[in-house]
Design a protein around this ligand. Sequence first.
Ligand SMILES: [Zn+2]
Length: 135
Amino acid sequence: MGYWGTAPAEPVVTEMIGPGPGAARTTESFRPDHDYHLQEISNRYHSSGNRIVYLGDWHTHPDGKPVLSTKDIKTLRRIAKYKPARAPNPIMLLLTGETWRLSASVLWPVMTFWGRGLQLQSLKLRLFQEASTGK
Ligand SMILES: [Zn+2]
């Protein structure tokens, strides 16, 4: 969850939602608690005054490489096409290895030989400190 910055447009992740109480996890697969996610996304969207939106997904590759699998990329493409998600350029955050190295990718619009398409691109990560509220 977060928002899109302006020119150059970049996603700013402000919070992450966990798997949910009904999620099923193995080292090979992950099935999120879909109803929990919809509720959490809706809650955060409304409580932020419609500023914090769904940007994409995150998951781990505990023993794996910081590279999205074919299945991960299919998931991103499905999110991009799924209109109710309102995330035409979804991002995927990945935590990998023993040190939980963070990496990020986005499906970004490109012009191809066949016309408009979405291409997987890696994102450069920057960490920000939360702005002080003066309290
Ligand atoms: Zn994966």
